[in-house]
Design a protein around this ligand. Structure first.
Ligand code: CP
Length: 329
């Protein structure tokens, strides 16, 4: 038998008064904690044999991905199905975008089919916000260019809170290709909302020109940047967003910026290693550290991804559209 959905607060929309989740910018600490607390409940539920509830019974979620994804797309599909929704997966590859249809025309076409939630990943920063203005349903940003990836930052925050018992006051080093990374931008903002201290560690070529304006400590040397941190968050070199050469060679990059045990030794003895994936082993992270379950939280990040996405869908469900019949006045 399908168990009933967890009890909803009296006015869920008051706790999370958003129609869409386009970024972490604009979220309050209380709203983030509301999502993380819900995600904890779903994380426990996801370890049971029966993982399904009926909160989104009858609702439809469309995954619209213009860029490749393994974790985000799969976990949104699992999250929606575990809440009882129907799910359609669309990629640019098998769609009429290949015939020249624009992003907005694609969105308006899907909108005419009355989905309840659109989960969108797009290569251009700002594209998901633009699309959200053209549709009636809730829109979730699954990553837009180098702008934001809000559910990644939320799942990272949940992983940190579970492992460290808190987020406020922790020292977090985000290392690698900062300039192209939506994960870095969302994490910097969310960690600041939650009271953590953030450093970025990268060669000058992989930092945004105005890195200091992000309110972070900036380091170019891994040993200095990792000194006494609680969390080491490694990022992939995003070659798909690079025009020209940003690093002299992969071998040299790993030598100076790849996380190995020697560099990790500068962090606190219990420092936790994170990576949003996909990883390039031997480029930004040593393969042994990636698989070292005493240091690496990478698998837990993936697990928390499903729980956080269930929490986001749950929170947005309070404001999902209710369509009137065709002949209604
Ligand atoms: N972290 C992340 O967004 O992974 P995917 O590209 O596999 O979704």
């Amino acid at each position: 038998m399908v168990p009933p959905a967890p009890p909803q607060p009296k006015a869920a929309a008051d706790f999370f008064p958003h129609r869409d989740l386009l970024g972490v910018a604009g979220l309050t600490e209380a709203q983030v904690n509301y999502l993380l607390d819900k995600a904890e409940i779903y994380a426990a539920q996801n370890r049971r044999v029966v993982k399904r509830t009926n909160l989104l019974e009858g609702r439809t979620l469309v995954n619209l991905f213009f860029e490749a994804s393994t974790r985000t797309r799969t976990s949104f599909e699992l999250a929606a199905k575990r809440l009882g929704a129907d799910v359609i997966n669309m990629s640019a590859e098998g769609s009429s975008i290949k015939k020249g249809e624009t992003l907005i025309d694609t969105a308006m076409t899907l909108n005419a089919m009355h989905p309840d939630v659109l989960v969108v990943r797009h290569q251009d920063s700002g594209a998901v916000a633009l699309l959200s203005k053209k549709v009636d349903c809730a829109v979730i940003n699954a990553g837009d260019g180098s702008h934001e990836h809000p559910t990644q930052a939320l799942l990272d925050a949940l992983t940190i809170r579970r492992r460290k018992g808190k987020i406020a006051g922790l020292h977090v080093a985000i290392c690698g290709d900062i300039v192209h990374s939506r994960v870095a931008r969302s994490n910097i903002q969310l960690l600041h909302i939650m009271g953590a201290h953030v450093r970025v560690v990268a060669p000058p070529t992989l930092l945004p020109a105005a890195a200091a304006n992000l309110g972070v400590e900036v380091h170019h040397d891994m040993r200095r940047g990792l000194r006494d941190v609680d969390i080491v968050m490694m990022l992939r070199l995003q070659s798909e967003r690079m025009q020209g050469s940003f690093v002299p060679s992969v071998r040299e990059y790993f030598h100076f910026y790849g996380l190995d045990y020697e560099k990790l030794g500068y962090a606190k003895p219990d420092a936790m290693v994170m990576h949003p994936g996909p990883m390039n082993r031997g480029v930004e992270i040593d393969t042994e550290i990636a698989d070292d379950i005493s240091r690496s939280a990478i698998a837990e990040q993936v697990e928390m991804g499903v729980a956080v996405r269930m929490a986001v869908l749950d929170a947005l469900s309070a404001r999902l559209p209710n369509f009137a019949p065709m002949n209604a006045q």
